[in-house]
Design a protein around this ligand. Sequence first.
Ligand code: ADP
Length: 587
Amino acid sequence: MAESDARYRSLFETTPDLVLLMDENGLVVAANASVERILGYKPDDLIGSPLSRIMPERYRAAHDEGFRRYVATRSRKLDWRSIHLPGLAADGREIPLAISFGEFEEDGRLLFTGILRDVTVEKQASDTLEFFSRMGPQLASSSLDYQATLRSIAQLAVPFLADWCAVDVVNSDGKLERLAVAHSDPAKVALARDLESRYPSNPNAAFGVHQVVRSGQTELQSEISRDVLERIAVDGDHLKLIESLGLRSYLIAPIAAHNHIYGAISLVHAESGRCFTDREVPVAEELGRRAGLAVHNASMYQETLDANQLLELQATELQQQTEEAQALTEELEEQTRELIASAEELRQRTEEAATANQAKSDFLATMSHELRTPLNAIGGYVELLEMGLRGPITEEQRTDLNRIRLSQNHLLALINDVLNFAKVDAGRLEYRIQKAALDEILKDCESMVLPQIDDQRISYSYGECREPVFVEADPEKTQQILLNLLSNAIKFTPEGGTLNASCDQTETMGRVHIRDSGIGIEQDKVDAIFEPFVQVNRSFNQPGHGAGLGLAISRSLARAMGGDIVVESQVGAGSTFTLTLPRTSAD
Ligand code: ADP
C-alpha cells in the first residue's frame, strides 16, 4: 500500500499536467505543483474551491451545473470526461486547456480526478491552420486589387493573431505607405491613423517597419518596455499618446515574395495582455510571405493585362492600318483604271494626230511636186523667149523676163523648202550617219556663201577650230543646216556687219557657232523662230527670201541626228546660233 501510495504521489507531483482531486461536491481536495506552473496559483489556494474557480467567469455556472449532474446521474452521455475549455490564470490570462475526468472510490468515498493539460501550443497550431485556411479565399479572390487583399488580411489578423495589425507597402516613389490598420475597435483605428499622420515614423530608424523593409528581417519585441516607447516617441506628447494605447508586444515581418520586399506587416498586442514569442515568428513570416505572393501575383496579373491591352491596341492599330491600306489600294486601283483609260484615249488621239499629220505631209509633198511641174514649164518658156526663138525681144522685155525667171527660181526654192519640210516632218528622210569632221563641212559651206558675204559687204572671220572636231552625223544634212544658219546670218545682218564661224567641243558634243552682229531676235521670239512658217522681222526680210521653214527643218535634222540647235541673241547686237552634234573620237 505504502509503495503504491508513493508511486502515485510521485506521478501526481511530477506529471507536467495539472492534476486536481475533487470530492462529490466538486470541491478541490488536492492539486499538484503544475497548477502553479500553468496557471500561477499555489496548490493550497485551490483547496476547498470548486474546479470552476480556475475557469473564466462566463463558463463557471454551466460547468458547476454540468458537474453536479454528472455526479448525480453518472451519465456519461454528456461526454463530460474530455473537454476543451480555457483556464483562467492567476494573472487573468486565459490558457486553453484539455480536461479529462476520472473517478475512484477511496475509503468508501467517491473521488474525482481532473487532469488539465495546457494545450496553448496545439491550439495555436490548429488556430493558425484555420486562420490560413480562412485567408486562402481572400488571397485567391481579388487577384488584381492587392490593396484590398492586404486590407482584408489585416482585418483577419485581429484579434486572433494580434490586437492590432498594420500593413505598410512600398509605393511607386519607393516610400512606405500605410495601407491598412486593423483593430476590433474602429475608434482605436482612427486614433492610430491620426497618430501616424501627426507623427510619421522615421524612415532612417534602426527599428520598426522601415528597418524590416530595408533588411528583410523580422523584428520581435516581446515586451514593449518604457525604454522602447521612449525610443519610438518623438516628443513628450507623442509618448503620452502611444502610452495610452497600452501596447505590450510587437512583431513585424516583411511582406516579401520572389526575393522582392513589398512592405511589412506589423502585429501588436495591447489590451489582451498577450505577448509575442519566438513561436509566433514563423506565423507572422508566413503571413508576410502570403501577402507578398498576393502583391506579386497582382503585379504579374497587371503586367499580363497591360501586355494584353498593348497587344489589343496594336491589333486595333494594325487593323486600322490594314483598312487604310485597303482603301488606298482601292483608290490606287481606281486611279490606275483612270490612267489606263486616259492612256488609251491619249493613244487614240495620238494615232489620230499622226494620221492627220501624215495626211498633211502627204498633201504638202504632193502639192509641192505638182507645183514644180508648171513652174519648170514657166522656166522653160522664159528661156525659150530669152533665146529669141519666138522672135526678137526688146531690152525691156529681157528685163521683165529676167524678173520672171528670178521669181520662178525663188518660187521653186520655196516649194523645195516646203517639200523638204514635209519630208522631215513625216520622218521620211534617210540619214547616212558617219564620222564627219565639222570644220571641213564648215569650210565647204563658207565657199558657197562667200559671194553673198561679199555682196553684203560683211566682214567674215573664221575662228579656227583648235583641233578637228569629229561628230557622228550625216555630212550632207549637216551642211544643209550650216548653210541655212550662215545664210540667215547674212540675211539678217546689215551691210558692214560682221560674221564669225567657229567650232569646238564639249565632253560629248561637237559644236559650231555662227555669230553675227545683225538685228538680233527679241527674247520672247527666240523659241518661236524654230516653229515652221515663223518669221520675226518681215520688214527686214526682203521679199522672196524663204518661207520661215529653214530653222524648223534645220532643228528637226539636228535633233534627228541626236543633236540640237540653240540660239542666244540680243536685239540690235546680233545672234549666235549653235549647232551641236554627238561627238565621236578622232580614230
Ligand atoms: P526664213 O529665213 O526663211 O524666214 P527661218 O526659219 O530660217 O526662215 O528663220 C525664221 C525667222 O527667224 C526669220 O524670218 C528671222 O525673223 C529669224 N532669224 C533667223 N536667223 C536670224 C538671224 N541670224 N538674225 C536675226 N533673225 C533671224
